[in-house]
Design a protein around this ligand. Structure first.
Ligand SMILES: [Zn+2]
Length: 314
């Protein structure tokens, strides 16, 4: 049995401890982010893009879905772990398989897509990339597959704006059709939707596989490129947008959807050097795994699945 004095002492200690916990809880418990962007790692073997945007008490959005195999290995488990059973909005930036292929495993996994923006490429431009790039028949099949799963399949056009809730807005800045552009015909990559996400004082830019031709045009003519965090176009690899484009964006952080080997190859050296010369932190899927950007309104926090200095290519 405890003596009375010992009992009082222990009771006091428990009581103090409880008070401390409450106080710490009140002042130091981190608040939940209002918006989270995860650059899902669909880059363990080959390159691809998959960006999940979750707005607290708002919409869940996916920009691109990676290759089917990568989606099966990475994206589907990620969505399931995070208990995401539907996507309010899906944007396919352009008709390359490393951007749209993962749509099929998403549907097969029973994850509902409510609305998808997936522009059909011009058949002639698509056929120029046979057999290595665009596959017109498969793109049509994906449209049919989406419709069969009750997804609304729509076209994206510049100026379109989406209210994601909680003061988050997504806008399509550009959606060139590859034919009627200010610089003549382009390839499929330069058809990439250029998407701006805004929340509180932060801006995010998603660029698909924006390449040199349209990238150069935008660098010279657009007033809307500025962003805090940039999804680096075309996996950070040539013939990506010119340095002037990166200068116009002026991002504080650069997220690169690329495997290690591609990011460290000669094809990415100009882009690696540009961000290094501008002291911009770079986070690469191939090194960091999933990369998570948390937006608290007044501040941003970036964390990674794996700890690795992705600026170092040995
Ligand atoms: Zn592409």
């Amino acid at each position: 049995m405890l003596s009375t004095s010992k009992f009082v002492a222990i009771a006091l200690a428990i009581c103090l401890c409880a008070i401390t916990t409450v106080v710490i809880g009140r002042f130091f418990q981190p608040s939940e982010p209002k918006l989270v962007w995860t650059m899902v790692n669909v880059n363990t073997a080959v390159q691809g893009d998959a960006h999940l945007i979750q707005v607290k008490r708002g919409k869940t959005v996916l920009i691109d879905a990676g290759y089917p195999e990568m989606a099966q290995e990475q994206l589907i488990p990620f969505l399931q772990t995070n208990q995401i059973d539907h996507l309010d909005l899906v944007f396919v930036t352009h008709a390359h398989r490393d951007h749209y292929g993962g749509i099929e495993p998403i549907l097969q996994a029973g994850i509902k897509i409510k609305e998808v923006y997936f522009n059909l490429p011009d058949k002639k431009i698509c056929d120029q990339e046979i057999p290595w790039g665009c596959n017109y028949e498969e793109v049509l099949q994906y449209h049919q597959m989406l419709k069969a799963h009750q997804a609304k399949v729509k076209s994206a056009y510049p100026g379109q704006a989406f209210n994601l809730g909680n003061q988050a807005t997504l806008r399509i800045l550009y959606a060139f059709d590859g034919i009627n552009t200010p610089v003549g015909t382009t390839d499929i990559n330069d058809m990439s939707l250029i998407i701006k996400l805004e929340h509180a004082q932060h801006q995010y830019l998603f660029t698909g596989d924006l390449n040199h031709t349209i990238g150069d045009y935008l660098a010279k003519n657009s007033q809307e490129l500025a962003a805090d965090v940039l999804d680096v176009p075309h996996h950070g690899t040539e013939g990506v947008a010119p340095n002037e484009f990166f200068a116009q964006v002026g991002a504080k952080y650069a997220l690169v959807p690329s495997p290690q080997g591609l990011w460290c190859s000669d094809r990415s050296s100009r882009i690696r050097n540009w961000f290094q010369d501008h002291d911009t932190p770079v986070l690469v899927n191939g090194f960091s795994g999933h990369v998570r950007v948390e937006d608290y309104g007044n501040r941003l926090e970036i964390s990674t699945e794996k700890e690795h200095d992705s600026s170092v290519c040995s």
